[in-house]
Structure formats: C-alpha cells, structure tokens
Ligand binder design. Structure first.
Ligand SMILES: Cc1cc2nc3c(=O)[nH]c(=O)nc-3n(C[C@H](O)[C@H](O)[C@H](O)COP(=O)(O)O)c2cc1C
Length: 375
C-alpha cells in the first residue's frame, strides 16, 4: 500500500527534545505501561512515548515508604525520549513530583494532564479536564511545574473544554504557552463527549493561530496511516498523537511514519505474528506482575489484539475470563483467530475502555479536593 504524502512534516521540537517523526504515543491509563512501550518501540516510528498518567499526590504519599508508583515501572532505565504524565490540581504537589521526575529520573518531558474526563479525577479530585474551566489555575500549575523542572520541558494535554457549551481551548492554550510550557496536545473532544462522536480537528487546527511559540499536537481518532497523512495535510498541527488504535496495532506508528515519508507502508502483522506478539507481551507483563496478577492484567490487552479479524469476538469472550497462565495459553491456542479473512470492523466500543475509570479510582485515593474560590 502506498499512501500519498504531500510533503514530509518536519521533526518536532519540544524544548530541547527532538521528536522525530512528529508522531507521539499517547498516555493511556492502564495500558501504556513499560511492556506496551517496549513493544511500540520495537516496531519504531514513534517520536515520543508517554507513560500512563500518574497521580502526583499518590506519588508523594508513598515516597516516605521508599516506594514508587507501579506506573513508573521501567521509567528509570528505558530509552529516551520518554514523557511522564502527572495529574493533580495543586501547583506545589505537581511541581514537587515534576522536579523529581526531571532531575532524579531524567525523563525527557513532564506532561500535565488537563484532559482526563473520568469522574474520579474530575468530580472527586477536581483535576484533569475539570481544570479547563479555570484557566488561572492551569496557568499557575504550568508556571510552577516549568520552574521546578527546568531545563526539562513541560507540556500540557487538554481537551477542547468541559462541555460543548464551554469550549475554553483557546484561552487555555494561551495560558499554557504564556506560563512557559514547551508544547500543547489537544484531544478534539470535550470532557462531556468522553469518546462519543468524532474528534473535531477543525477546532484543534484553529488553535494554531493562537500559539506563537510552541508546537501544537493534534489527537483524536487517528487509526490508519492515511488518517495521519491527512491530519498533517488538512490541519495546522506540528505533530499528531495516537492512542486507542495503537493498542490493536502497536506497529501503526511505523506504518504512519512510512506513509508520511511517502514510502511503502509495511503490511499489518499476520495473525500468526500477532499471536506471537501477544504471547511476548504476556511474558513481559507476567515477569513484572507475577503469573496471577499478570494474567488478569493481560486480559484487556489480549482483547485489543486480533481486532477486526474473524473470530476476534469469540476470542475476547474467552480471554476476558482467564485467571491462570495455563488458561491464558489454552485460550490463545484454541481461540486466537487463525483465518486470514477479515470481517467488517469488529472494533472495541468505548465501553471497553471504562476500566480506565477503575484505574483512575485507584490513583485518586490520596487526592484532595480543590475548589477555586469565586467561581
Ligand atoms: C483506556 C484509556 C486510557 C487513557 N488514559 C489517559 C491518560 O492517562 N492520560 C491522558 O492524557 N489521556 C488518556 N487517555 C486519552 C488518550 O490519550 C487520547 O487522548 C484519546 O484516547 C483520544 O485519542 P485516540 O482517538 O487516538 O484514542 C486515555 C484513553 C483511553 C482509551
């Protein structure tokens, strides 16, 4: 397959960090752990990878016990560039954690989450997308974290606003840039949308004219090399970020990179190769979390593989219940699709991603509330 690329977009600069190609792997709670990042890295084509979002308060709470959040698994040793995403609503807390990540862990980029729509983060912890209604607070957070992390660049990831009636992206973008951030990523939905409808790339694009200095990274619904090429061709973005589609195709970044360069796009993995990849992924997860927890954790990843293939639904229904390594191997052996034929798209619905809420709940135990005064 050859996807026509009008011109290859230049590499992206986030502060001193070169992001080449300008294709980023999105943070995804419960998914973008070290095992997944290693797999994406093996295929290549990704300019910057990101961890799952990490609760800054949770981080500080266990610090005294000389523990680190599970979500920092691999971060110290893995290749750079790497972005770590943090969330909270308190500038001092975020700055303290950002400083540790920048100076002790030597991460390439500290990213702040202003987009999470999950109830436990917004309603209960007044963080994530909740803050999109409070530009002053966003500015105070970014400014403080930038100072604490310097010279490590700090970035922000936002949605368009809290609701369709309260789109605040322009104001937030200006505040983020004014406070010294090095890049802005925008998911083209509101928090209220969750994952419904389509990402609004026109609105993402319209933010470009409001940014004087920092790159704009667009995010939402990019699930093929062609759509990545189209995003650069039609919209004024300096980079793109891919999330859900990469769970089913961790090789999508490599395909998109080739498409942007006007090169032949490498084919999808065969089912046999995909099956091997799934087992490799399983080994990485089980090595870290042990057989029992690893098997349970792997259920959701396994559900992502084989998407769109005949038999994927049946495989999911079995793998979603496995509890031990022998069961896992049996189910993969017996039910992982083997046919070459493809059925019409059998993709995961947004309901599938609800477990992210459970992950967030675990992360919010230590979060306290922030109620801006006068609003
Ligand atoms: C399961 C799941 C977990 C997510 N976790 C995070 C997160 O930790 N931090 C964040 O900024 N966005 C998170 N997101 C949002 C994605 O990064 C991305 O903005 C969104 O999925 C839209 O991109 P896509 O259409 O390519 O999936 C998550 C999305 C999903 C589906």
């Amino acid at each position: 397959m050859l996807v026509a690329a009008p011109s290859r977009p230049p590499a992206l600069r986030i502060g001193s960090v070169l992001v080449d190609p300008p294709i980023l792997q999105a943070p995804m709670a419960g998914f973008t752990n070290y095992a997944f990042r290693q797999i994406v890295r093996q295929f290549g084509g990704v300019g910057l990878q990101a961890t799952e979002m990490i609760s800054a308060k949770g981080f500080l709470a266990i610090e005294g016990r000389h523990e680190l959040p599970d979500r920092l698994w691999g971060v110290i040793d893995e290749p750079r560039p790497l972005a770590v995403q943090i969330w909270d609503n308190d500038p001092a807390t975020l700055a303290a954690v950002g400083a540790r990540l920048a100076h002790e862990f030597g991460v390439s980029v500290v990213d702040i989450n202003f987009g999470c729509p999950v109830r436990q983060v917004t309603v209960e912890a007044h963080s994530g997308s909740y803050l999109l209604r409070f530009p002053d607070r966003v500015g105070a957070i970014v400014e403080r974290v930038v100072r604490a992390c310097a010279p490590t660049p700090v970035t922000a990831k936002i949605r368009l606003g809290c609701t369709r009636d309260t789109i605040t992206a322009v104001e937030i973008a200006q505040v983020v840039e004014g406070a010294g951030a090095a890049a802005l990523t925008v998911h083209g939905r509101t928090a209220q949308d969750f994952f419904k409808g389509s990402a609004d790339w026109e609105r993402i694009s319209s933010l470009k004219e409001h940014l004087k200095r920092i790159p704009l990274i667009g995010n939402g619904d990019l699930d093929s090399p062609g759509k990545v090429v189209e995003a650069f061709r039609r919209y004024r973005v300096d980079g793109v970020m891919i999330a859900r589609a990469s769970l089913a195709k961790p090789w999508l970044f490599r395909q998109a990179q080739a498409a942007l360069a006007g090169e032949p796009v490498p084919p999808d993995l065969s089912l046999a190769e995909e099956r091997e990849l799934l087992l490799h992924h399983y080994r990485l997860v089980a090595q870290r979390f042990g057989d029992e927890k690893g098997t349970i954790l792997m259920r959701k990843f396994a559900c992502c593989y084989a998407q769109g293939r005949a038999g994927a639904r049946e495989f999911r229904s079995h793998v979603a219940r496995v509890a031990a390594p022998s069961e896992f191997h049996h189910v993969v052996e017996t039910y992982f699709p083997r046919e070459v034929s493809r059925r019409p798209a059998d993709s995961l619905t947004s309901e599938f991603f609800r477990p992210a809420e459970r992950d967030a709940r675990l992360q919010t135990r230590c979060a306290t509330k922030y109620q801006p005064s006068g609003r």
